[in-house]
Design a protein around this ligand. Structure first.
Ligand code: ZN
Length: 238
């Protein structure tokens, strides 16, 4: 199934891949993070679930034209007013019309797939070697302010880690010795990302982040997240 969303003169398509039951729901918002999509589809084919993937030309950011002006935004920075303002300004120019167009797109996306009624949302991401790692969340590091707790697993690549909003997930994944950071939902800066959005809504959220070339590691992580969803009773009833 393909669902088109219009932003100005541009169309962003959400492609839905489903096998068996529609739970859990996996989200891919960065169109250039293809390993994460492959990992999600592999596990969905084996055990069921649905993946909602943005398609808009294979780049991280969405570019659109409105009233003859070009704009761009990071699709994981549009789930708050301040996030929309910052991402439009960071990737070109902010305007009131562009702000409203992006805000409408974010609302339509959440509504069309009833994401606020999910018992659990799992986002799939990739990074490049050494750029963003579990070390980034350690005390004193760049993203320490977002983190209430961090577990670094020496046996894993530091590029492959879970970012979770729920203490139960942190404890579970730490026991399995995965790299994991727990978002500090009360004090995390609002960057308009889905983790902050769902964290504030109290909707359990997991971000699975792996290096682009680590397909097998990411499949193992997706599998672990799915098992955790079952263990905590976070699968949607049939
Ligand atoms: Zn990403």
């Amino acid at each position: 199934m393909k669902v088109p969303f219009k932003i100005g003169n541009t169309v962003v398509t959400a492609e839905v891949f489903q096998h068996g039951q529609p739970s859990p729901t996996f989200l891919n918002v960065h169109d250039d993070e293809n390993t994460s999509v492959a990992a999600g589809k592999t596990v969905i084919e084996q055990t069921g679930g649905r993946l909602i993937e943005f398609s808009h030309g294979g780049q991280r950011n969405v570019r659109f034209t409105l009233n003859g002006e070009r704009h761009a935004f990071d699709p994981n920075r549009i789930f708050s007013e301040v996030g929309i303002r910052h991402t439009l300004a960071a990737h070109g120019q902010w305007s009131e019309a562009a702000h409203h167009a992006v805000k409408r797109f974010a609302a339509q996306y959440l509504e069309r797939f009833a994401l606020e009624r999910e018992p659990l949302v799992i986002a799939l991401h990739n990074n490049t070697e050494g750029a963003l790692t579990i070390e980034s969340y350690r005390p004193g590091a760049a993203h320490a302010a977002t983190s209430a707790a961090v577990h670094v697993a020496p046996s894993r690549s530091r590029d492959d880690f879970f970012y979770v909003t729920d203490r139960r997930f942190f404890d579970y994944l730490q026991r399995k010795d995965f790299n994991v950071t727990l978002q500090d939902n009360a004090s995390v800066p609002d960057d308009g990302s889905l983790s902050v959005y769902f964290g504030k809504k109290g909707i359990p959220y997991i971000n699975i982040e792996a290096e682009m070339s680590h397909l097998n590691a990411q499949i193992e992580m997706v599998r672990a997240a799915r098992e955790m969803a079952e263990e905590f009773g976070l699968m949607k009833p049939q």
